[in-house]
Each structure stands twice: as structure tokens, then as C-alpha cells.
Design a protein around this ligand. Structure first.
Ligand SMILES: [Mn+2]
Length: 311
């Protein structure tokens, strides 16, 4: 597949790079990295990147999107990155292209481009793309290495998730050999405002622990108002403060909202999805969500989570 893709890249004069909307570090990194790599090795081609704003990844060099008229798509090649389903693609004009290629590392759903390079054994699309580049005969460059590394480090949770393999680190090493300032990258990725840190501290102070290696946080509407937060941001954004407590295997963040009590369930050990389903929710084995009517029901969910340790 790599060879076919390289042949297509060589063949087209105009190449437009798409990725999923609301981009994360992997979507931005693969898009910017691929564009910079092509600019270096194929300077005569017109290469564009399109999509919605880079948002929190605007610190990345080259993160400003190009304005591309519809006419550009005529006879063009589109390369789609880090996207498993068409609905998530930012800018649906990819359909106007003459030929389409896709690089992705999500679980395969269905074919929707002409050439598909999908491999879910890679931790990130940037990792897959780095592998492609290393096998292409057109070497990595310092300009493409930093964005590709940014995608690898963010999608692998700083090389911590289960998806991280020896190959991940070998590819990351190849990128790092191009030379860039790691410290500056990590500052950009992980520094927080003092306001955000203090809000986090308020949630940390609310953590309660129970037998069965369970932790939870409960936040009322009045508390949210005082913190100046909306329920969704608190629910999703603060569940992580319980992730690394010694001796805690399962944790849940309860947040009062107009729809009921939002529940974000997590576990580092157990499959908590059936408990989320029992309360009308769902999700993944180790990360699920539900909405329950009141805090009383929420405490019943906590009891169910406690019983996981007894089984
Ligand atoms: Mn990704």
C-alpha cells in the first residue's frame, strides 16, 4: 500500500490534506507534518491543508489552514488523515477530488477513499505516517519531525497508553534525531493557567474514597456556579483528577445538571461499561458515562462499582 500511495503522491500536481474536525494533536501533527514533508521533497507541487481552526494546538508552527477555492479540487489528490468515518471529516469537499487516500489508526469501519492505509496497531496516525515516510525513500526533515512527534506523544498519552509499543519508541527516536526542542514542546502541551490549576485543586479537595478501591466526586449546581463552570466541562474535564490515586481502581465524577446527575465512570482495572449500561448509559470498558436522576441513584451506582472489587 505504501508504494501505491507514493506513486499517487508523485503523480498529482495539486494535493489537499484533510483531517477530522475539532483537531487533536494527532490530527494537526499528521496534517502539518505531511505538508512540510511534501513541501521539502516535492517543491513544485501545490500542497494545501484545510479544516476548522487548530484551537488549542494553534501553538504548532504551520497550524494555520489554507483557503482553498472549490476549483482547486478539480483533478486533485486528497489525503485524509486520522479519521475513521466520513461524518468526522472537516470540510466535505474532499469528495470533489479526483483521487483520495486515507491514513488512519482507528479501528476499521468501512472503505470511503480510493487507497486506504489503515492500521490500528499504531498508537497514532503520526506514527503510521512516520513509518510511511521512513519507507518512502524521501527522508524525514527537521520541519516535519516536530509536528509528527507532537501527534505521537499526545495520542499515546505521553507514551503511557497500552497502544505504546517498541515500534512507537523507535519511530519517535527517528523523529527526535532530526533535532527539536522537546522542553518547549512539553511546555506548550502541558502547562496550565493558575486559574485552571486552582479549579482542579478545588475538585481534588472534594475526592472521597470508599472500600472496594473506589473514589468519587460529587458536585452540586450551586458549587458549579461558584466555580464558574458548566456541568459538561466539569464532568468530562475533572474526572481525570482521580486517575492516579494509589490503591484506587475505579472512580466516578458526579455532576448535577438540568438533565440530571452526569456520571463519568473510569477504571484502570475493571470493565465498568455494564454498570453504565445498567443506569441507562454506555461507552467503553474502562471509560463510560451515564445520566441518573439524582444523587441517591448515583450512590447506588457507587455501591455497584464497589462490588466489582469483591467479585
Ligand atoms: Mn489519532
Amino acid at each position: 500500500m505504501y508504494q501505491e500511495i507514493l506513486t499517487a503522491i508523485k503523480e498529482f500536481e495539486c494535493i489537499i490534506i484533510h483531517r477530522h474536525s475539532k483537531p487533536d494533536g494527532d490530527a494537526m501533527g499528521s496534517q502539518i507534518g505531511l505538508k512540510k514533508w511534501m513541501n521539502h521533497h516535492f517543491p513544485d507541487k501545490r500542497v494545501f491543508q484545510v479544516g476548522d481552526d487548530a484551537g488549542r494546538f494553534s501553538f504548532m508552527d504551520g497550524s494555520v489552514m489554507d483557503i482553498v477555492p472549490d476549483s482547486c479540487y478539480e483533478g486533485s489528490l486528497v489525503i485524509l488523515l486520522d479519521t475513521a468515518v466520513p461524518a468526522l471529516i472537516s470540510d466535505n469537499r474532499y469528495q470533489l477530488a479526483k483521487k483520495t487516500i486515507r491514513f488512519d489508526h482507528h479501528l476499521y469501519v468501512a472503505k470511503f477513499t480510493d487507497l486506504e492505509c489503515v492500521d490500528s496497531t499504531f498508537e497514532s496516525c503520526c506514527g503510521l505516517l512516520t513509518d510511511f515516510i521512513l519507507n518512502s525513500g524521501y527522508p524525514l526533515t527537521p520541519e516535519c519531525a516536530l509536528p509528527l512527534y507532537t501527534g505521537m506523544v499526545t495520542d499515546s498519552g505521553r507514551f503511557r497508553y497500552d497502544s505504546t509499543t517498541p515500534r512507537t519508541l523507535r519511530l519517535a527516536a527517528a523523529l527526535l534525531e532530526q533535532g527539536f526542542d522537546l522542553n518547549e514542546l512539553y511546555r506548550n502541551l502541558y502547562s496550565e493557567t493558575i486559574e485552571k490549576m486552582q479549579i482542579k485543586a478545588a475538585f481534588i479537595n472534594k475526592i472521597r474514597t470508599l472500600p472496594g478501591n473506589v473514589a468519587f466526586i460529587m458536585t452540586t449546581s450551586e458549587e458549579l456556579e461558584k466555580l464558574g463552570m458548566d456541568p459538561f466541562t466539569a464532568s468530562r474535564g475533572m474526572v481525570g483528577v482521580m486517575a492516579d490515586i494509589t490503591g484506587i481502581d475505579t472512580w466516578v465524577n458526579f455532576t448535577q445538571s438540568e438533565e440530571g446527575v452526569l456520571c463519568e465512570l473510569r477504571s484502570s482495572k475493571y470493565n465498568i461499561q455494564p454498570i453504565a449500561v445498567k443506569y441507562g448509559g454506555g461507552g467503553h470498558a474502562k471509560a463510560s458515562g451515564a445520566v441518573v436522576p439524582d444523587f441517591e441513584t448515583a450512590m447506588k451506582m457507587v455501591a455497584d462499582l464497589q462490588s466489582l472489587a469483591a467479585d
